[in-house]
Design a binder for this molecule. Structure first.
Ligand code: WTA
Length: 633
């Protein structure tokens, strides 16, 4: 079992060692796992092409470390505790032994469908236990899983399936989310009509009993597992074999498939889980994310199971049937560690304190936050109302690409400061650079956040396009991984994340590229051109502001807005709907024809009076026109 730091001094020593002797440091962690064959070399790397390899030559299977190695000591302990959308429905509890059997059984079902090592399987599923089971089943046989958040549209799903050339899609008939019943299978059917030629099979979980249309490729989950053995020997995986692909938005083009590999990801997932949350035996741990995002991968499935924890999964939403749902669940299951997103905290805070006060939250020991900057007001509310002024809050900064938490307090060990992610984890070497890539000297500074040395769970490539990985993350500053975030550091070395400096928005903790939303809007026949920017939003963190140039006739009316929303929902999904939309006669452009987003961002933020000099624009007069209308939307 991975080692856990328990004091400030131990953190300091571990950090120093991780920098001075990274190989020894990470070998010590890696040696706590089961390997079929031990690695020969800890790390080899260069950030130019880039090429990063950890635990070279090692052979393992992450599911052996998540499941098999726990069977002896904790076979009867609950591995996954599932809470339904409907508060009156029964919870499900799967012991390590049961989870092991069900993973093996589904792994055999996948094999029977011809799925093998290296094949891609897309999971488009509700937050039910079968999603975790199927994720692990893929890993068991060496198939590369790509979980697609079930809120994405058919078109977004199809483009991911096509990019990954997936052989199989796993889905369900329907998805219960609050009051909504989403027809997931019919979205998959639509995706298959748009492309997905590589897909040979669609395995459908009978989840809600919703009527579905049936095609030749479809197979019920229950039929797929019928007669399959509950033993399945794990596929020996090379440390650097891909474990999964997870699509995420960037500043340009389509979402890219971030690739994580088996060995390093495994080591870092458990190490960061145990240390950040200070997990102790028998703790009930709940992360409210969806497995469709990286947080769900690393901190619902892999991290907690590697550590032998009890990981809760929740099917529903924070406000159904009422704003007390999270706290009711914490009370019901005596949750000890609770990990959620600032957007949920802000939404619940706005509903009033009585919802928190109704429940007994005395089991809680640690609170976590992830996905976006947490503003001071939300931090204080979380600390006082949920944490009763005494619980540590870990504000964890990381990314899909980093695979695990990078900068965060260790609960109860690191001094916390509201809205600061504070210190890097051992093994993580952040730095701040200026626009020219010059590293700011230690101590107080502000700049672009980069990472200087590889860490085990970093992305290795972007699926099918290594050059894109190089260009996006390793070309801005030589010899460094560029995060896309800006940050400030105080004199004690604590980091405060300021947010994205590129054209990536963070809407309710969801990453969306402005270009992606623009492309969706441009699909509407009346649209000539559009520009999308993020603006500060009380609950969502950032809202989406769309400026649209239209052909004659389209106007700033609710009907047009509804029509635009419709295409965005069709192209991406409801999470990408613009909060504000303004039809404009033109967009402010530079003389070389580039849209001046800085101006659009200021106007969207209500700071149109602080634009400075706009006279160098090609069309400075448009700024006043836009400003005068922006206030009305
Ligand atoms: C932002 C989510 C401030 C950041 C795990 C990053 C944060 C992007 C924090 C990655 C935090 C994440 N404080 N900002 N604690 N955590 N972010 O890939 O801008 O969905 O680059 O990964 O979210 O989002 P992603």
């Amino acid at each position: 079992m991975t080692l856990r730091i328990t004091t400030k001094e131990e953190y300091q020593l571990a950090y120093e060692k991780s920098v001075s002797s990274p190989r020894t440091f990470w070998a010590e962690q890696a040696d706590t796992f089961e390997w079929f064959e031990k690695y020969k070399e800890v790390v080899e790397w260069e950030f130019d092409t880039p090429s990063v390899k950890w635990f070279i030559g090692g052979k393992t299977n992450i599911t052996v470390n998540c499941l098999d190695r726990h069977l002896k000591g904790r076979g009867e302990q609950t591995a996954i505790l599932w809470e339904a959308n409907d508060p009156n429905a029964e919870s499900i509890s799967l012991s390590y032994k049961e989870l092991h059997s069900r993973v093996c059984q589904f792994a055999n079902a996948l094999k029977a469908q011809g799925v093998g090592k290296g094949d891609r399987v897309v999971l488009y599923m509700p937050m039910v236990v079968e999603l975790a089971i199927a994720t692990l089943a893929c890993a068991r046989i060496g198939a590369i899983h790509s979980v697609v958040f079930a809120g994405f549209s058919a078109s977004a799903l199809a483009s991911r399936v096509d990019d990954a050339t997936a052989k199989v899609i796993l889905t369900a008939d329907g998805n219960n989310r609050g009051k909504k019943h989403i027809p997931v299978k019919s979205i998959v059917d639509d995706a298959l009509k748009l492309g997905c030629k590589s897909v040979e099979r669609v395995i459908v979980l009978n989840n809600t009993g919703l009527d579905v249309t049936w095609g030749d490729r479809d197979l019920w989950w229950s039929d797929a597992i019928k007669g399959q053995s509950i033993q399945c020997s794990p596929e020996p995986m090379d440390s650097e074999d891909p474990l999964f692909i997870l699509y995420t938005s960037g500043s340009t083009g389509k979402p890219k498939g971030v690739v994580h590999t088996c060995g390093g990801y495994m080591v870092y997932a458990e190490y960061s889980f145990k240390n950040v949350f200070q997990y102790e035996e028998k703790d009930i741990y709940w992360c409210t994310a969806d497995i469709g995002w990286i947080t769900g991968h690393t901190y619902i499935v892999y991290g907690p199971l590697l550590a032998g924890a009890t990981s809760m999964m929740f099917e529903g939403v924070p406000t159904f049937p009422d704003a007390g749902r999270f706290w009711q669940i914490c009370d019901k299951h005596n949750v000890n560690i609770f990990y959620t997103a600032p957007t949920a905290i802000r939404a619940l805070m706005a509903c009033g304190d009585e919802w928190v006060e109704k429940y007994d939250l005395s089991s809680l020991k640690v609170l976590g936050s992830v996905g976006e900057p947490i503003n001071e007001e939300a931090w204080q509310w979380y600390s006082e109302k949920v944490g009763k002024g005494i619980l540590p809050i870990v504000d964890t900064w990381w990314q899909t690409e980093t695979g695990g938490i990078m900068i965060s307090p260790l609960a109860g060990i690191t001094d916390t400061i509201p809205s600061y992610a504070t210190l890097p984890l051992p093994g993580i070497q952040p730095c701040l650079v200026d626009a020219e890539g010059i590293e700011q000297p230690a101590g107080e500074a502000e700049g672009l956040l980069c990472i200087k040395h590889p860490w085990p769970s970093m992305l290795r490539t972007t699926w099918g396009d290594h050059q894109r990985c190089q260009l996006t993350y390793f070309s801005a500053f030589k010899g460094m991984y560029f995060t896309g975030d800006g940050a400030r550091r105080n004199a004690d070395g604590a980091y405060r994340i300021l947010g994205r400096v590129d054209d990536v928005m963070n809407v309710s903790g969801h990453r969306l590229g402005t270009a992606e939303v623009e492309n969706a809007i441009n699909e509407h026949e009346a649209v000539i051109e559009s520009a999308v920017v993020g603006y500060p939003h009380d609950i969502k963190g950032q809202g989406i502001f769309a400026y649209v140039i239209c052909k004659d006739g389209a106007a700033n009316d609710p009907e047009f807005k509804a029509a635009i929303n419709k295409v965005v929902v069709k192209e991406i999904g409801p999470i990408a709907k613009p909060d504000k939309l303004l039809v404009v006669p033109a967009l402010p452009k530079t003389r070389s024809g580039k849209i001046m987003r800085r101006i659009l961002r200021k106007i969207a933020a209500g700071e149109g009076d602080q634009l400075g000099d706009v006279s160098t624009l090609l069309n400075p007069e448009i700024v006043e026109t836009i400003k005068s209308h922006a206030a009305d939307v």
